[in-house]
Design a protein around this ligand. Structure first.
Ligand code: ADP
Length: 468
């Protein structure tokens, strides 16, 4: 049974882990899909935004003519390649502000609601020649990004939206050594447009809110149900074990008086026994004792099973010291054992408390009886009663003690510590349960401090009404 539950728990946890992975995979896929949809939408919204913008034409023209002029300078060996490329930022700076303002206005007009940055990046710049092309710039070879226009942003945040290619023939008249000449070349410029959407993650996640919320809810529900099922399974198992233990204990407890009763009645039937008055009397006494014992056992099961809600207290005011001393006197009389020594540390004043004497005494007796029962040698009990704000009673014994692990269930119905040493002692596992219920009915609480082999301290705390 225990093994089955463990396997069930392991399988359920593995199932849950597998489910989490599938869930994570699906959410990730949805995220990617939403992201693509969002980017596609953005691309569509801003596509060819510069087509009908005369200001853009004039900006591109200005850039182009400047570059073409500088390329011709390069062709005429007036400047070198580095100087030529150095012209890109210069011409950009002269027109960029205009460009940025223009595209931002256009984006707004097209209904873009979020911050969107745009950049035109230079991919390649090549002078075409039938014999040998002259590559002035090629992004992958030069291994650096050069942006022509727009906002500067980190390359890892960007999305390419489209590219464009311009091929043009250029001619320029110039004078060399007093002779007028014509320079003509053919060149190709490739650019690519990029966008950077600030906070796109938030926008995409926002679109997924319902999916996310729903999956978190369903997931929590599954975890909750699993936790609840496993917990009830363990509780059921524990209850079943405890009940079996209880049945074994009570059967064991009932067997002895029943066997004695059956033996006694058999004896009384015998003619030779009937003739001897003294044997008859002693047998009747035995029957009486065993009947009483059976009655007591049944009462114990019936009464000690009560929960605190079922306990009807009849409270009265008692002088605490007098009351506790009487309880201890009665207990000492009942144990009839010279090996039990009780050290009393009870306050001597006349403070009083309101409690139900009958129930409270039963609770105290249960603890005191256990101190004697669960002890292998001479019993030393320290009984201390103090008044702070509440009445605090500590009962310390030098018995076999209880491990921390077993203390957790100590006040549960039918619970008995299951080690061999303790099993030799008779009991039904109801005493501490009932004591706890009585203390709760008095709005108090009971605690235990103990370690295996080192005795135990039971402390009861209940509210009182002090005598003024
Ligand atoms: P019972 O004594 O009938 O078994 P209780 O509810 O009184 O039932 O006690 C529950 C269990 O707690 C006992 O079986 C015993 O193992 C353990 N126990 C109780 N009191 C003590 C004690 N003073 N020292 C050691 N073990 C104790």
């Amino acid at each position: 049974m225990k093994k089955n539950i463990r396997i069930l728990i392991i399988v359920s946890i593995l199932g849950l882990i597998a489910l989490s992975f599938i869930q994570a995979y699906l959410i990730n896929n949805t995220y990617k899909l939403e992201k693509d949809v969002f980017l596609e939408e953005t691309k569509r919204t801003i596509s060819r935004f510069d087509d009908d913008m005369p200001i853009m034409d004039s900006i591109y023209d200005r850039m182009f003519s400047h570059l073409l002029l500088k390329i011709s300078d390069y062709k005429l060996n007036r400047i070198d390649k580095t100087e030529l490329l150095g012209e890109v930022p210069k011409v950009r700076d002269s027109v960029n502000e205009l460009f940025i303002n223009a595209y931002q206005d256009e984006f707004k007009r097209r209904g873009v609601q979020y911050p969107l940055e745009y950049q035109k990046r230079l991919k390649s710049l090549i002078i075409l020649d039938s014999l040998k092309n002259d590559t002035l710039y090629f992004e992958f070879v030069d291994n650096k990004k050069t942006f022509l226009l727009g906002k500067s942003f980190e390359a890892h945040n960007d999305y390419a939206i489209n590219n464009s290619q311009v091929r043009t023939d250029y001619e320029r008249d110039y004078v060399e050594d007093g002779v007028s000449k014509v320079l003509s070349y053919n060149f190709q410029l490739v650019t690519e447009d990029y966008i950077n959407i600030d906070g796109w993650k938030g926008i995409v996640l926002g679109r997924m809110t319902s999916v996310l919320v729903l999956s978190i809810l369903i997931f929590s529900l599954v975890i909750g149900l699993l936790y609840y099922s496993i917990k009830s399974l363990i509780t059921q198992k524990k209850i079943a074990e405890v009940k079996t233990d209880f049945i074994n204990n009570i059967t064991h407890e009932l067997k002895t008086p029943l066997a004695t009763l059956s033996l006694s009645t058999k004896m009384l039937k015998k003619e030779e026994v009937k003739a001897q008055q003294t044997i008859v009397e002693s047998t009747i006494n035995t029957i009486d004792r065993q009947t009483n014992r059976l009655q007591k056992l049944i009462d114990q099961v019936l009464n000690n099973s009560l929960g605190y809600q079922d306990i009807e207290l009849v409270k009265e005011e008692v002088v605490i010291s007098d009351y506790l001393n009487t309880v201890l006197d009665d207990f000492q009389l009942s144990v009839k054992n010279d090996n039990v020594n009780i050290q009393r540390n009870i306050m001597t004043d006349s403070a009083s408390a309101i409690l139900d004497k009958f129930y409270f005494t039963t609770g105290l007796f249960n603890i005191l009886e256990n101190a004697v029962k669960y002890n292998a040698g001479n019993v030393d009990i320290d009984f201390t009663a103090d008044l702070e704000n509440d009445l605090k009673i500590s009962i310390t014994d030098n018995g076999i003690g209880i491990s921390e692990h077993n203390q957790k269930q100590l006040f549960e119905k039918f619970y008995r510590v299951g080690n061999k040493e303790v099993h030799d002692v008779k009991g039904l596992g109801l005493g501490l349960y009932y004591t706890n219920q009585i203390v709760i009915a008095h709005q108090g609480k009971i605690t235990i401090e103990s370690a295996e082999g080192e005795g135990a301290i039971f402390t009861i705390t209940i509210p009182i009404h002090k005598n003024q």
